[in-house]
Each structure stands twice: as structure tokens, then as C-alpha cells.
Ligand binder design. Sequence first.
Ligand SMILES: Cc1ncc(COP(=O)(O)O)c(C=O)c1O
Length: 392
Amino acid sequence: MDQRKSFQRPVLSRVNPFRVMTVMHRAADLEKQGRKIVHMEVGEPDFSTAQPIVDAAKRALDEGFTQYTAAPGISELREKLAQHYSKRHRLDLDPQRILITPGASGGLTLLANMLVDQGDGILLSDPAYPCVRNFIYLLGAQPQLIPVGLEQNFQPTVEMLDHYRSDATRGVWLASPGNPTGTILERKQLQEISAWARQHACHLLVDEIYHGLHYVEDMPSILEIDQSAFVVNSFSKYFGMTGWRLGWIVVPEDYIGTANILAQNLYISASSIAQRAALAAFSEEAEGIFESRRAAFRQRRDYLAAALKDLGFVISDNIQGAFYIYANISKFSTDAEEFCRLVLEDYGVAITPGTDFGEYRSNEFVRLAFTTSMEDLELGVERLAEAVSALV
Ligand SMILES: Cc1ncc(COP(=O)(O)O)c(C=O)c1O
């Protein structure tokens, strides 16, 4: 008889599957049965990758650019990104500080392994992108969740950092614009948080993956304020390259060496073809495409925010970026998962329960992604109107 116990680490019981996956699978089943489903659950742009990028990838393949690259990425792309920071944020960044990663996910894995030790406490907002919490658990560290609500526009204040820190706290990890809330940390908030992190000997990491998809004038990078901060970003969202698995991180100068060693060990390099392709993301033609897509997202945001308010959902008046609305459903239900099940099964609208993103009042919230056409959004709103009128 096999006397061995399971080899799976107990900590894995804390790493939850995404409920959005269940929604997506069920939506696909219903579509197979011939139902028309409105997809407002998907966390990626509905536009396919811009043609200049696709063409550049084809050229890379034809030229046989198919081997590993240097671990921190090809120098041309790191230089393009440095120019991007100069143009968008008036920053003069040494390209050596920029490492190309397999998506923001690869960047977060690298930074977690570099910065988080067993027993450390890391301050995060609740709700937040769920993988971050799981990376921290997997390293034997403790996510210290800060419950944020509409009152704080879903971003923590320094008073809250003070309240939720402990002697074990070593870092603060935030996202601006955030998933699932679409709210940002404004310049003053970034300044305060940066000063707080310095004062409390904590590192500061800001996930800026939704930069570019913002609808405000001033969308500061933390690097404009604090050159000792760590940044995660990606080609997935604004650049529309989710499936290419390409992102980047920016690290302070003294961390370049260690970050390179970790990159070599964790993934050798990001995809060579994707890196070559991404060079074309900085052409005028590609930028024009991204900006017109941003305008489309803004139009959808304006429409959906107004429609949801009319229906009685409570939402932020200040959705400043990304493509999500985090809506309070208290008027209709006390169980977000049941609400999402009902609107999918009975009304054919796929949305994500707040329970995917944290614990704080998560049963009162759902995330609606405006990653679908205006036509489908209008149909979705029509169907949601029917659903909620049956519930009140
Ligand atoms: C806030 C945030 N960070 C990181 C990621 C990971 O993105 P990727 O690995 O595709 O770059 C996502 C994906 O949805 C996200 O929402």
C-alpha cells in the first residue's frame, strides 16, 4: 500500500480558483446550446492585436528570430520602453532598470520572489487582483488586506496603512488603475503613500498594467514620485496583447543584478517573437489604433456607468481607468455569486462576483467589464434591467 500523504503543500488550500472561470465555462456551455450570451466577465480587450504588431511578429518568424533572448529582454524593446516613460511621464529611465517579463504575471512572480520573505506582511487593498494575494501566500508570507470601499474610491489612505500594518509589514502592493474597481491613486495619494513606505521601511510596488487605459488628465506613474518604487506593467491591456504573454517591470538600480539572476532562473527569457512584435507597438500607426480603442472604452464606460446607476446599482462616480465597473448590488441581493448565477442562467449576461477579488463586502459587489461592443452592452443593460426588476 502507498503510505505517502499528499505532496501538495497545505498552503495551496488558500489559493482559490477564479470564479470568473466558472462563469466563462458556463457561458460557453449556454452558447453551445444556442443561447446568446452578453460577455461582461472578460478581463481583456475584445479587440484583436493591432496589425502592425501582428506584421512584425510574422517578420520575426520569417527571419528566424525564434531563440531565447537575453534574460532581461532585447535591448531595443527596453530602450523603446525607456522612451515611452520619457514621452508619457517625462522620466529619464536607464533601460537597464527595465526587464521584459512573460506578462505582468511573470513580473509579479519575479518581484514576489525578490522582495517577499517567509513571515513578511504585505499590505494590499481588498478588493484587488486576486493572484497577488496568492503569490504572497505561496511564499509563506501574509497578505495584510486593507478593506477599501466606495468612500475611499477603493484605494487605501495612509491612515489605513497605519491601521493595518504590523511589525511584520515589509511592503505595500497597490494597483492604479485597479482591477476590479477602475479607480486610480492620484498624485497626492502616491506622494503620501511613498512617504509612508519610506518612513516605515517598506518597499512599494505599484501595478500599472492599466496605464494607457485611463480617462483622466493626470495619470502619474509612481516613478515620477519615487524612484525607489517597483513597477509592474504589461503589453496585455492598453497594447491589446494578452495572449502574447509580454510585460515588464521597472526596478531601482541596486536591484538590477538580482532581478536579472531571477529572470534567468524563473523563465530564461520572455518570448522572442512577442518581444520583436512589441517593438511595433510604439509606431505612430499602432499608437493611433490604441488611442481610438481607448476612446471606444471611454464611450462604453460613460454609457454603462450611467445605465447601471439608473437601474439602482451603486457605483463610483469616478471610474478613472481600466475597463471595469465594480457595482454594489445590495438593492437586489446579498449574495453576489447567486446574483451572477441568476443573471447568467436566466438572462444570459455573464458578470463576475465580487468574491473573486477579496473578502470585504464582496458579496455585495459584482464586476462588469466593458470589454464588449456597444451593441452588446446595450443588450446586456436591457437584460439586467429585466433581471433587477424581478428582484426588487
Ligand atoms: C491588476 C492586474 N495585474 C496583473 C495582471 C496580469 O496580466 P498579464 O499577465 O496578462 O500581463 C492582470 C490581469 O488581468 C491584472 O488585472
